[in-house]
Design a protein around this ligand. Structure first.
Ligand code: SF4
Ligand code: FES
Length: 248
């Protein structure tokens, strides 16, 4: 396939940045999107030009690093995949593909397509720890009964990889799908109960302090989330928050 890439180039946080065109020839439909960018970068390096900075690590949909906005969609046109799992067969010969960083006040651009998502780390740190008894023998797993339904829902919430697609997609740059997932994965389990009230209050306070917007129930985050995190997690977080506020 022959393609035209329009890629956001920005030297650093204080640079204005601009879109630069890169023609690509002989792109295999079997390449992943990141492999296609690797080929472009090798070509730029061979020409003594600055390669395009982009984040990646696992390249198998686990780490949440490969955050890109592709043709106006977080992680591109496929559903339920991260950018590293996106394949060039999703595009057609002759296509123009626009590639931008995730945009949100709380995700400042570091360089080109790389953004600083440490705000997510600070929200998780604000959530703190869980209290478990680690003295003596390991507790038998069956000693803590957990319903199948609760276990499944907690596991679904824990599937969030912190990629930030929900924030980039939301017109309010809301992080509530992410925070809802992180609150839920503990709120649904008995092990998470001891600090549950402090956890939700502190995580929401940190989310607001980082400059994320509020949820207005458009649901775009759920559609673009590569891990299928449900809006139910936002509703659960709101319930947890209300109940924790009343206790306080
Ligand atoms: S909720 Fe989904 S889109 Fe948001 S950070 Fe988690 S995995 Fe990414
Ligand atoms: S590189 Fe890890 S999820 Fe894409």
């Amino acid at each position: 396939m022959n393609l035209t890439l329009k890629i956001w180039r920005q030297k650093g946080a204080n640079d204005k940045g601009k879109i630069v065109d890169y023609p690509m020839t002989n792109v295999s439909p079997d390449m992943s999107f990141l492999e296609m960018l690797d080929v472009l970068n090798q070509d730029l390096i061979d020409k003594n030009e600055e390669p395009i900075a982009f984040d990646h690590d696992c390249r198998e949909g686990i780490c949440g690093m490969c955050s890109m906005y592709i043709n106006g969609e977080a992680h591109g046109p496929d559903r339920g995949v991260t950018t590293c799992q996106l394949h060039m067969r999703m595009f057609k010969d002759g296509d123009t593909i626009t590639i931008e960083p995730f945009r949100a006040k709380a995700f400042p651009v570091i360089k080109d397509l790389v953004v600083d998502r440490s705000s997510f780390e600070r929200i998780q740190q604000a959530g703190g720890f869980i209290s478990v008894n680690t003295s003596g023998n390991t507790q038998d797993a069956n000693a803590i009964p957990i319903s199948k339904h609760a276990a499944d829902e907690a596991m679904d919430a824990a599937a969030c990889i912190g990629c930030g697609a929900c924030v980039a997609t939301c017109k309010n740059s809301s992080a509530m799908l992410f925070v809802g997932a992180k609150v839920s994965q503990y709120a649904l389990l008995p092990q998470g109960q001891v600090e549950a009230a402090d956890r939700v209050l502190n995580m929401v306070a940190q989310m607001d302090a980082e400059g994320f917007g509020n949820c207005t129930n458009t649901g775009a985050c759920e559609i673009e989330c590569p891990k299928g995190i449900s809006l139910e997690n936002i509703a659960r977080m709101n319930r947890e928050y209300l109940s924790a506020s009343l206790k306080g």
